[in-house]
Design a protein around this ligand. Structure first.
Ligand SMILES: *Cc1c(COP(=O)(O)O)cnc(C)c1O
Length: 393
């Protein structure tokens, strides 16, 4: 693949392989195994499989490989390993690189399951975890030590949309010999800056923008060929996190339209965020592209857009907030984001319910906080729906 090609071309053609039939659309290889011409060939392939040689679908599959190569090409990394879900990618990346006695520094505002892997799973295996306020550069400087192995963070946090100064964190981590893993679900692969900022690995829940139509779970770990085809592949292929070929095929089809969808959804998110700012029923509208966002400057140096999700804080208690939810007509009440259907989520009672109150307070997950994921509907209709539901507050 020539690297002079632009993103939109790579989204449609990257990683594609044709079988002997010359099919136009990427083929779906629904096969778990592969046959060999001879015993000698089987033996040779187990010694070392070439780039287009497969052994078993838990290790790799042609459809999955097309998806991995396309994801690597669009994120700016050399290689990628696809997984059954975003969490399989997060867990796999951490487990593959860490051992007992290691020290990990992570931002505190994390997706709930990521926090579970760090605090409950890794801690059981003797990995020391330090959590910091990701927006505070001095906190990173103080927490990252010469014996720190790994730094983990969400570039844009969920649901409060805090933006981390990634270039700064990568610089401090590398100066101390630590690797950086960015969980990049919220930033979207279109506006991702993990590779540009020098993050060693980028893990993406492809359940979010890549599928983007509410059908598939999937994930991917992106990095250098040495790391991906080394420790990451070894861990993932032996522990069973493989993405299935059907999901990989749907993901490939979805990538054709990823740029169009993400740009349309992000543009609408900005339009809606601007229109809602200052609304009398709202205490705050948070969206990285709004100049009022606390990390607006950093956010705009890193990416050209604020993404497809905003958060609003209703001036009222849980009951007032529930009146808003129950009055919505176009927005669905659900807990995913980045779907073509617009979604409203109440983090305090759903996705972040498990967190103790003091954690919720630290993270700003108040009873009035609503995560608003903007889909592909007409932005005027979405704005009208939000406004009429706010009237019900
Ligand atoms: C959704 C999400 C995950 C987990 O992805 P799944 O595909 O649901 O397993 C991990 N990190 C972040 C930031 C997410 O938004």
């Amino acid at each position: 693949m020539s690297d002079t090609r632009k993103l939109r071309t790579t989204l449609v053609h990257g990683g594609a392989r044709r079988s002997q039939y010359g099919e136009v659309s990427e083929a779906m290889f629904l096969t778990q195994g592969f046959v060999y011409d001879s015993a000698e060939q089987a033996e040779a392939r187990f010694v070392k499989a070439g780039p287009d040689e497969f052994i078993y679908a838990r290790y790799g599959n042609p459809t999955v490989r097309m998806f991995e190569d396309r994801m690597a090409a669009i994120t700016g990394y050399e290689d990628a390993f696809a997984t059954a879900s975003g969490m399989a990618a997060v867990n796999g990346a951490l487990m593959a690189l860490l051992k007992a006695g290691d020290h990990v520094v992570s931002s505190r505002a994390l997706f709930g399951s990521c926090l579970y892997v760090l605090e409950d799973v890794l801690a059981r295996f003797g990995v020391e975890i330090t959590l910091v306020d990701g927006t505070d550069n001095a906190a990173w400087d103080a927490a990252i030590r010469p014996d720190t192995t790994l730094v983990f963070l969400e570039a844009i946090s969920n649901p409060t949309l805090e933006v981390i100064d990634l270039a700064h964190v990568v610089e401090v981590a590398h100066r101390n010999g630590a690797k950086v893993i960015v969980d990049d679900a919220m930033a979207t692969p279109i506006y991702s800056y993990a590779a540009a900022c020098g993050a060693d690995l980028c893990v993406i829940s492809t359940t979010k923008h890549v599928d983007g139509q509410g059908r598939m779970l999937g994930g991917v770990v992106c990095g250098t060929r040495e790391t991906i085809r080394g420790p990451i592949e070894s861990y993932l292929k032996h522990t069973g996190a493989a993405l299935n070929p059907f999901s990989a095929w749907v993901h490939l089809k979805s990538l054709d339209t990823l740029d169009l969808r993400v740009r349309a959804q992000s543009g609408a998110a900005m339009q809606i965020a601007e229109a809602l700012e200052g609304h009398p029923k709202l205490k705050a509208v948070r969206y990285p592209q709004l100049p009022s966002h606390p990390q607006h400057k950093v956010a705009m140096t890193q990416a050209a857009s604020g993404g497809t999700v905003l958060s609003i804080e209703i001036d009222g208690d849980r009951e007032a907030c529930f009146r808003f939810f129950n009055a919505l007509e176009i927005f669905t009440i659900s807990n995913n984001f980045a779907d073509s259907k617009s979604i409203a989520t109440h983090p305090a009672t759903t996705t972040h319910q498990r967190l103790p109150q003091e954690q919720k307070d630290i993270l700003g997950i108040t009873p009035g906080l609503v995560r608003v994921s903007i889909g592909l509907e007409d932005p005027e209709d979405l704005l009208a729906d939000l406004r009429q539901a706010l009237d019900a507050v």
